[in-house]
Design a protein around this ligand. Structure first.
Ligand SMILES: Cc1cc2nc3c(=O)[nH]c(=O)nc-3n(C[C@H](O)[C@H](O)[C@H](O)COP(=O)(O)O)c2cc1C
Length: 302
């Protein structure tokens, strides 16, 4: 990967830090707007940190940055926050379903009579579940954007095909793949990648590639491919089976790198090496014959 590509990826990661703040802002706005519409007074958003919860936002701008112990006792789906938060502040912990691995906690200020009303508590819990789901969706969207930006800026060709469909049609190719092959995503998606092959159908490498795809298993191959222009190049292809449910293979992903130049350089080096060897041998034989020649003469003169 070139230095420019690494820089692109770092920029994306820096973007994530900024986006991360944007997601936090989104959560705070979402929660305070939703809860205020519902008639509640104060709202707060907290984040899980080692040793407890830290206050990220507070409707009265108080206690922001304070770390509180993790609330223990839950009643009606709510848990009271400890000091320095004043009495009446309750957190609605994310359910396992609504926030997979989330670190944000939504809190609000409640009166005793509201707390004593199970119907009110159930409604407020439902509201929190909805907000947690929206937060999770926002985070997923953010991660997807980051991943697709990384894939788009990587210097290697990347192609992904659907393993559930007949003949493994391509479902994703990155811009480096388009540059490497000369084919656009539009021209390639929905088709099997064999349109690039320049190997004889019975070549050993193609047979090994077919076996790998059929298993499916990971594998590395170096094979001749054709650019859209007709130009041949040597493709270093790596295949990886991917599972989206952790059970069966759903996709096959591949990276492609043009190694023609390296292969030419290697061949050139080997040619030079063998030329050098033959020159050295020739010189050595000549030198040896010069050393031995007088001895032979002297011997014959005796
Ligand atoms: C994700 C993926 C990417 C592939 N990329 C290439 C490639 O870049 N070049 C290539 O020659 N074959 C590639 N193949 C293999 C071809 O799709 C095809 O399986 C191979 O050329 C054998 O062709 P055949 O099925 O007609 O025997 C790829 C396969 C998969 C699943």
């Amino acid at each position: 990967m070139s230095a420019t590509d690494s820089l692109d990826i770092i920029r994306e990661l820096q973007g994530l830090v900024i986006n991360d703040r944007a997601v936090e802002q989104y959560i705070c706005d979402l929660w305070s707007n939703t809860v205020h519409k519902f008639g509640a007074r104060g709202t707060a958003v907290l984040a899980e940190v080692p040793g407890g919860l830290t206050v990220l936002s507070h409707s009265q701008n108080q206690w922001v940055g304070q770390t509180l112990p993790m609330p223990q006792a839950y009643d009606n789906g709510l848990a009271e926050l400890a000091a320095p938060m004043p009495q009446g502040w309750h957190v609605l912990p994310p359910s396992a379903e609504s926030a997979k691995g989330d670190r944000y906690y939504l809190a609000l200020e409640l009166h005793d009579h509201e707390l004593a009303n199970p119907e009110f508590c159930a409604q407020i819990s439902d509201l929190a579940t909805l907000c947690y789901t929206l937060i999770w969706a926002a985070q997923l969207k953010q991660q997807n954007t980051l991943l697709s930006n990384i894939l788009d800026s990587i210097n290697y060709g990347i192609a992904v095909s659907d393993a559930h469909e007949d003949d493994y049609p391509l479902v994703y190719v990155n811009p480096a793949f388009e540059a490497l092959t000369g084919y656009t995503a539009e021209e390639t998606l929905g088709h099997n990648c064999r349109f690039m092959s320049a190997e004889p159908p019975d070549s050993q490498v193609l047979q090994e590639l077919r076996d790998t795809i059929q298993k499916p298993a990971p594998g590395d191959f170096t094979l001749r491919n054709k650019h859209k222009s007709g130009r041949e190049f040597l493709n270093k292809l790596s295949i990886f089976p991917i599972s989206t449910d952790g059970k069966s293979v759903s996709h096959l992903a591949a990276t492609q790198v043009d190694v023609t130049e390296q292969a030419n350089l290697l061949a050139e080096m080997q040619r030079s090496q063998s030329q050098l060897k033959s020159v050295l041998c020739h010189t050595a034989v000549k030198a040896i014959s010069r050393v031995h020649a007088p001895i032979c003469c002297e011997q014959s003169e005796e």
